[in-house]
Design a protein around this ligand. Structure first.
Ligand code: PMP
Length: 419
């Protein structure tokens, strides 16, 4: 056994003995039985010496790539001064990021509450919606993904994750995504909020039809329901706009961000809303919702550098251009295998390919890994392989991803034909 094989075995055994044996098996059989060692840009290296093109991008985290030098430098500078806040004095990095986010956020949204993850950003959004509206019920979408803490899970729309934890928070109703009439029918006098991803990510990369978000906006305003856009995955340039909701020109009342905001270096989540909502949420008691680590100086330094990188390096345009190239390539593969592949879709570099059955997707993900390309299925829809590479991906790397995908689909079709 080589030194690197022994190293890998050691880590897999540790997962088995100390973390999660089932997960260790899933990863090994999924084609990811190696140990990550370092990463840069779109490339990830493992201890066995293999190099992978990262087309998953940490489920949307690595929008500016792995270890972007400007983000790393900003975090280093902050690390040498003050990594975590004393939670007594004012914190300048948090104040700066609050102001910077207010400058890019849609409409009048200008207040920020910082946390450490997407699910925490959603928890805060749900609590703020309740206290600001004085109402309790929440309408959400089937297939929607908002996280797995109790509040966020109450909004998440997939039974396998929900069922073992029932009863969840009362008053959450799920309606079909992209069905405005169903949304309206589910709202009553006690509905505080409607929460939705502008493009469903884990649900299978599903864009709304053109009038859906505007129809939600109109009915929410009319009925006094707060509209929450969960942009944890779609935000920070992923779809070719800073916020995906800009594509449809629809303003939410509350917005959540996480994943890419930390520049692939630090964990951070944020919940943002308008002055009126903030006054109603925090006006009486500024400590009504808090987080010890949320908005740490390190995370905020990373967030500030990330916004600079997205703007200065033209990453919104890059998402559109490389996204068009990648989507055209994926559609080419689909055209060659219309029985196995039923759709290729998405916006910017948030793309998905839907297989007729999930077995094809599983085999194709494994085959891509063997060809040095990382991809994964969407959590609420295992028939869909998602492509969410860093926006800094090059033309040649997009070609490489398409070639690996084409060969992998070929392999999965051959394999299933043989069964
Ligand atoms: N909301 C959306 C739209 C997401 O895609 C995710 C994660 N996939 C979350 C919330 C939860 O984020 P986290 O895993 O950081 O808690």
């Amino acid at each position: 056994m080589s030194a690197s094989e022994a190293h890998i075995d050691k880590v897999v055994d540790q997962y088995t003995d100390f973390l999660n044996p089932g997960l260790a098996n899933l990863m090994r059989f999924g084609g990811f039985g190696d140990v990550e060692e370092s990463a840069e840009g779109c490339i990830l290296r493992t201890v066995s010496g293999a190099e992978f093109l990262d087309c998953l991008g940490g489920y949307g985290v690595f929008t500016v790539g792995h270890r972007h030098p400007k983000v790393v430098a900003a975090v280093h500078r902050q690390l040498d001064r003050m990594p975590l806040s004393s939670k007594t004095f004012f914190s300048e990095p948090m104040a700066d990021l609050g102001e910077r986010l207010a400058g890019i956020a849609p409409g009048d949204i200008c207040y920020s509450f910082f946390s450490n993850s997407g699910t925490e950003a959603v928890e805060a959004a749900l609590k703020i919606a309740r206290i600001a509206s004085g109402k309790t019920r929440v309408v959400c979408t089937e297939g929607g993904y908002h996280g797995k803490s109790m509040g966020a899970l109450s909004a998440t729309g997939r039974d396998v994750f929900r069922q073992p934890f029932l009863p969840l928070i009362p008053g959450f109703a799920h309606v079909s995504f992209d069905d405005a009439a169903a949304a309206e029918a589910a709202m009553d006098d006690d509905t505080a909020a409607f929460i939705v991803e502008p493009i469903q990510g884990e649900g299978g990369i599903i864009s709304p039809s053109p009038g859906y978000l505007a129809a939600l906006r109109e009915m929410c305003s009319r009925k006094g329901v707060l509209l929450i856009f969960d942009e944890v995955q779609t935000g920070m340039g992923r779809t070719g706009a800073m916020f995906a909701s800009e594509h449809w020109n629809v303003l939410p009342d509350i917005i959540t961000l996480a994943k890419a905001l930390g520049g692939g270096v630090m964990p951070i989540g944020v919940t943002m809303a308008t002055p009126d909502i903030w006054q109603r949420a925090f006006g009486k008691n500024p400590l009504i919702h808090t987080s010890t680590f949320g908005g740490s100086p390190l995370a905020c330094a990373a967030g500030l550098a990330t916004i600079d990188v997205i703007e200065q390096e033209g990453l919104l345009r890059a998402a559109v251009e490389r996204g068009e190239q990648l989507l055209a390539g994926l559609r080419g593969v689909q055209a060659n295998h219309p029985d196995a592949l039923v759709a290729a879709r998405g916006m910017g570099l948030m793309l998905g390919v839907e297989f007729a059955v999930k077995d094809y997707a599983e085999i194709a993900i494994n085959a891509m890994a063997r060809r040095g390309v990382i991809a994964a299925y969407t959590l609420n829809n295992p028939k869909v392989i998602r492509f969410e590479p860093p926006l800094v991906i090059s033309k040649a790397q997009v070609d490489q991803a398409v070639t690996a995908f084409a060969e992998s689909v070929e392999e999965s079709v051959e394999m299933l034909r043989g069964l």
